[in-house]
Design a protein around this ligand. Sequence first.
Ligand code: ZN
Ligand code: ZN
Length: 228
Amino acid sequence: MGHHGPDGLSSMMKCYIIIVTSLQQNCTLLCCESSGKAAIVDPGGDVPAIIDAIQQAEVEPEKIFLTHGHMDHVGGAKELGEQLGLTIEGPHLDDRAMIAKVADSGRRFGMKSAQPFEPDRWLKHGDQVSFGDQQLEVSHCPGHTPGHVVFYHRGVNVALVGDVLFQGSIGRTDFPGGDHRQLIDSITQQLWPLGDQVTFIPGHGSPSTFGQERQVNPFVADTVLANN
Ligand SMILES: [Zn+2]
Ligand SMILES: [Zn+2]
């Protein structure tokens, strides 16, 4: 277990958000306090800015973790992985076709460097990923994309939820492979059971807690779902 700082949070893993791409995506640098190792979640682009953040944090990057196959989340994965010699884990196999087409979608958004790739490891529900001395649990949360996964760190009670849930909103389901009912089920059946106290870092916008969203989120608050 980690040490507990004055804020009450365990200090064994730190999270730094780097906002990347024209879609303002939250790439997150996870740092293991005990080993000095790091992992990068969803390096969607702006690879030089991500490398700057790694250098500023003075950590040794080990792995890339991906929540889903949309280009604002995976567009920089191949470039970053090759430059730093990192393995790529995730998302779920069901986003494979999407990743294969990432160069096409990238070009449409002016991201010329988005390159397709095959991850070193596809993830499935119940898997764990690790870097340094840290472990995160993997939940398959389809709905926004078929192969979307969420990473949960039990020790610091933080979840990286990609585009499943946002502060005050939920992921879009009008893209190919999107399914609104499935997304609501992923949120209520996979995320809520982790607990109201969990802080989540979404793919876009500000972090929040599951408890806060269960109270005020206009799409998935308990009172909203009870009336549907
Ligand atoms: Zn997305
Ligand atoms: Zn996104």
